[in-house]
Design a protein around this ligand. Structure first.
Ligand SMILES: [Mg+2]
Length: 182
């Protein structure tokens, strides 16, 4: 069997990672008075859970928390290069991947997002050795649920098994609209 996994909110606990990042950001920059700390973390996490350009996220933070423009720009630049360091896996993710790998299941990660950003997280989470293929929408140029991204992952797996399952958290992005054919 082939098994295709989504990354964010399936194997990677995005909310926990964002929480850790926001906390670190707050502590390292001493952004505002202590009483606004939880507000900052809540806004940071919730805005980053929405699919929107990161520049908009940091602009909202700048306005709401009166962050100097230069510091807000620095925060935006740092985010891309350092977020993966705060990546948190769901508790059973690694043991499930380990189990499946030992069973001979071919495993691919099929994830929407920028290529370097998604791959940095996969590496930081320790998932890389378990994936026989990694396909990102940023790298391929098409997003789930476009069938080409699923086909590309099967091509990279070598179409070795007749049966393929997908494990994800989004019915909208991960329901394949047409039957796949080799
Ligand atoms: Mg997801």
């Amino acid at each position: 069997m082939n098994l295709l996994f989504d990354l964010d909110d399936t194997l990677h606990d995005k909310k926990a990672s964002l929480y850790g990042y926001a906390l670190s950001l707050w502590e390292s920059n001493s952004l505002q008075i202590e009483s606004e700390r939880n507000d900052f973390i809540d806004v940071f996490v919730n805005e980053n859970l929405i699919i929107q350009p990161k520049i908009e996220v940091f602009d909202k933070l700048r306005v709401q928390f009166h962050i100097p423009s230069k510091l807000a720009s620095q925060m935006l630049n740092d985010f891309d290069g350092t977020f993966h360091e705060f990546s948190v896996a769901f508790p059973d993710s690694l043991s499930v991947l380990h189990f499946l790998k030992n069973k001979g299941v071919k495993i691919a990660c099929v994830t929407n997002g920028r290529d370097f950003f998604q791959r940095n997280k996969i590496s930081a989470l320790g998932f890389e050795p378990y994936f026989d293929a990694i396909v990102t929408s940023g790298g391929l140029g098409v997003k789930k649920p476009n069938p080409h991204i699923f086909l590309e992952s099967l091509r990279l797996l070598g179409f070795v098994h007749d049966t393929t399952c997908f494990c994800g958290d989004s019915l909208r992005a991960e329901t394949i609209p047409i039957p796949l054919t080799n």
